[in-house]
Design a protein around this ligand. Structure first.
Ligand code: SF4
Ligand code: SF4
Length: 313
């Protein structure tokens, strides 16, 4: 075990301080239908979702992003600056809504990364002073899980393969790195504004809305991208999500890989100017109306204090 300082985003790590494992580390574990604790883990589900999890689940359930998010997720804060995340929704007792009674997971082939890894935890981390993220693992041992008592030894690498996590990690890796960078970037990275946080949520989880946003005239007038990129985004969810990672890096960290239209800034200033002017006029009108109202009240008050307002009987 290394005692080097590692910067771990705690929200991505397991609750207990982990013992770090590598791909070669061995664990004693087996899970199967019929084991005495079958489904116990899904009855106390705490499943954070990454973009590829959402894509696989919404496809599996035949839902669009908005419907999936509404029916199957709850929001939470992924990171202290308010970076938004989502978890799988559970019932009041904590059981995953995707659990199909004694049959087990109803979306097994498309279950999320956290479910695939369990009882191994994936830790995306970065050494201090290193720009490169690396992956380590931890072992989560919980009382209810009897899989640890099974007589089977397997390396973490073999377990990852068996559980089909490689494809998920491959797709989500850039997203984990974004969160890691946000958290460990220090004061230089700064607190994202409300619009960047909304973009993060949309690009990470609400793919239908993000696609409409990227294919809008407004977006195309702002960014200078070949038509081929837009075609790919239109046809492929995967291309859309990968483009989202790129846009988030640009918006959150200023990594300028998406060129802007030459006159985009001037146009934006012009558009904003019209908005600012309209807002200013509205504020002036509201101020004038308030002043007039105050004057009227004052005049009426003065009149009422004068003899003309008194009883004239
Ligand atoms: S998605 Fe499936 S495996 Fe994961 S907690 Fe829900 S029922 Fe269990
Ligand atoms: S062995 Fe562990 S992972 Fe498998 S069903 Fe039981 S509690 Fe869940």
């Amino acid at each position: 075990m290394s005692d080097e300082k590692l910067d771990i985003p705690e929200e991505l790590a397991s609750a207990n301080l982990p013992v770090l494992l590598t791909g070669e580390s061995k664990l004693k574990f087996r899970c199967y239908k019929g084991i005495s604790c079958f489904n116990a883990c899904c009855k106390a589900a705490d499943v954070t979702l990454a973009p590829y999890d959402v894509l696989r689940l919404q496809r599996r359930l035949g839902m669009d992003s908005a419907e999936f998010l509404k029916k199957h997720t709850v929001p939470f804060q992924l990171e202290r600056d308010g970076v938004p995340g989502i978890k799988l929704r559970t019932d009041d007792e904590g059981a995953c809504l995707l659990l199909d009674g004694e049959n087990g997971c109803s979306v097994y082939e498309d279950r999320p990364t956290v479910c695939r890894y369990y009882p191994v935890g994936l830790l995306a981390m970065r050494r201090k002073d290193s720009p490169v993220a690396e992956e380590k693992y931890s072992l989560v041992v919980e009382e209810h899980c009897k899989g640890h008592e099974e007589d089977r030894e397997i390396t973490v690498a073999e377990y990852r393969k068996e559980q089909g996590v490689e494809e998920y990690d491959e797709f989500n890796r850039e997203w984990y790195e974004l969160i890691l960078k946000k958290r460990s970037g220090g004061p230089g990275v700064g607190k994202p504004n409300e619009m960047s946080l909304q973009l993060f949520f949309m690009a990470s989880f609400n793919f239908d809305m993000f696609r409409r946003f990227v294919l809008s005239d407004n977006f195309k007038n702002t960014y200078d991208l070949p038509q081929q990129v837009y075609d790919e985004i239109e046809q492929s969810d995967e291309a859309l999500i990968k483009f989202g990672y790129r846009l988030m890096r640009q918006v959150l960290f200023g990594e300028m890989t998406i060129p802007e239209q030459k006159d985009a800034w001037d146009r934006r200033v012009k558009e904003r100017k019209a908005v600012w002017e309209a807002r200013m006029q509205a504020e002036i009108a509201a101020r004038n109306a308030k002043a007039e109202e105050a004057m009227r009240e004052e005049t009426l008050g003065t009149d009422c204090n004068s003899e003309s307002c008194g009883d004239r009987d």
